[in-house]
Design a protein around this ligand. Sequence first.
Ligand SMILES: Cc1cc2nc3c(=O)[nH]c(=O)nc-3n(C[C@H](O)[C@H](O)[C@H](O)COP(=O)(O)OP(=O)(O)OC[C@H]3O[C@@H](n4cnc5c(N)ncnc54)[C@H](O)[C@@H]3O)c2cc1C
Length: 286
Amino acid sequence: MRYVAPTSVDEARSLLVDNPGSRVFAGATDLIPQIRAGRPQPSVMVDLKRIDRLTSVSHRDGGWAIGAATPTAALTANPEFATMFPGLSEASGLIGSDQIQNRSSWGGNVANASPAADSVPALVANDAQVVIASAGGTRTAAVDEIITGPGQTSLGDGEFIIEFTLADMAAGTSDAYLRIIPRTEMDIAVVGAGVRLTMDGPTVAAAKIVLGAVAPTAIRVGEAEAALVGNTLDEATLAEAAEAASAACNPINDKRGTIEYRRQVAGVLTKRCLLIAADRAQNGTA
Ligand SMILES: Cc1cc2nc3c(=O)[nH]c(=O)nc-3n(C[C@H](O)[C@H](O)[C@H](O)COP(=O)(O)OP(=O)(O)OC[C@H]3O[C@@H](n4cnc5c(N)ncnc54)[C@H](O)[C@@H]3O)c2cc1C
């Protein structure tokens, strides 16, 4: 197995085209454990972290461009980012431990396509887009178009994610992310919930609710969103949204939680996230 560290997108693209069986990586916090567990070894490991664009974070012209190999610790430690996207920042700050977050990237979290990936519900709730390097140049896609099933993506051979783009959070809008794990840290989500709300005074003007770890991919809960828009977050509305979230789940039974438990927790987390996001949207994120 050969290790290479290209310094440009073009160089990385050529390496992938010229070396069938090669794999890109950023932090390798998923890839190395998977190889150690017996998954096929890539012929060439293409390290994306030496490419400036893939590790840079820029905020201009009403939006953000965040390199796909940027360590998630660099995002949670960025006060401007963490204030504008508190939920997405919290989701990024839940990945593993400090050591893991100094390496883990959104690119790896998305491309690894675990149903329990923490950044994914928060990225989808915030309409994150990705710029993808492909043989013919670049293309863009929404994050929820990338993940097609557990461990499966729509990325073609030789394609890799260059950066994520996010529009600035609009006035009166904020997000939240919560997850449940069986212990206090270093475990994967039994349920993750990402919410983004736009409030018009006490009334919900727009809502996005995305659940992780309760289906083969993160799922958007349209029925819960519809129950919220035009209403205040009173008990009845929150209960309706929570019920819709529980009903939308298609979870598995495993050692971390039963189907029934996951369904119930999905409703509870949805409700809690809605209250946090609404408070932030109305009163600021501090
Ligand atoms: C101890 C431990 C705890 C963890 N805890 C959590 C947790 O709480 N929550 C959570 O969500 N995850 C967790 N993880 C999983 C992992 O840390 C995350 O998924 C992380 O974000 C992966 O990022 P990475 O840069 O290390 O990915 P890598 O391992 O570098 O790559 C992962 C996969 O994505 C591909 N890839 C990487 N970058 C790109 C790109 N730019 N374009 C296309 N494909 C790409 C690689 O080829 C590989 O298939 C944990 C892992 C460990 C070891």
